[in-house]
Design a protein around this ligand. Sequence first.
Ligand code: ADP
Length: 274
Amino acid sequence: MNKQVYDESKIKNNLEKIKHKILILSGKGGVGKSTVSSNLAVSLSEKNYNVGVLDIDIHGPSIPKLLGLEDMKPETTESGICPVMYSPNLKIMSMGFLISDRDSPVIWRGPLKMTAIKQLVGDVEWGNLDYLLVDLPPGTGDEPLSIAQIIPNCDGAIIVTTPQDVALNSVRKSITFVKQMNIPIIGIIENMSGFECPHCRKSIDIFKTGGGFEASKDFQINFLGKIPLDPSIVKLGDSGKPFVGNNNGSKSSKSFDDIVKNVEKIVNKVLVEK
Ligand code: ADP
């Protein structure tokens, strides 16, 4: 990647054929943001939408791993970078594809990093998409802010949180962060919310439950739903498979289906009101 100033008009032109651009963010790492992004993408693509995922979580680009695409490399043509096809209507582009040594952390100085990200946003050939899901780095610092500002005209943002206090303090910061960017908030997803004992079926609130819902009420934003802690989500993720479609009938899959329906409904409504 070179250090030259990037032609910003390329970004706008390149993203013009995308109907809905959605940012997915979290106040801190490890709450399941990439798990939500990848499963939401698979789910929407299975509903016959044309979907793209842009994973610009530069310090932990985990989408290739979660979707079993770790060894794939995007092709470059004269007109741009071709995203990796997960299925005929789901295209993936990740910082992870561009890092040759996946065991080393990415150490880029600020300007170089931003040019690389602009290049990624402006040069990937998405074609016509219904949804582009953008997986941002966690947190509410300068870095996710600069990255989020590279994507023009976003439809909205989805905030992923876990129910405990530490995560909820950061969700409050995420809400303020999105409001500062003047992007509508599509809603909050509470992940790792409760755990159903596989033996006695009793529900145990390991990280408490309901905090995301409370935060959504306080800030008058949509609550998209909650996903329970489910060991099969870890197992499937580690083996490069989405849990949607592979964990049918489970509480987590059912909850996720409702979340996807809520996202679809809200995003379409936002578009009508625009
Ligand atoms: P983030 O993108 O926020 O850093 P990830 O999506 O990479 O987080 O998830 C972190 C870890 O938590 C992964 O191992 C993932 O499989 C696991 N995980 C995510 N959601 C759940 C859940 N509901 N139940 C159990 N494990 C989960």
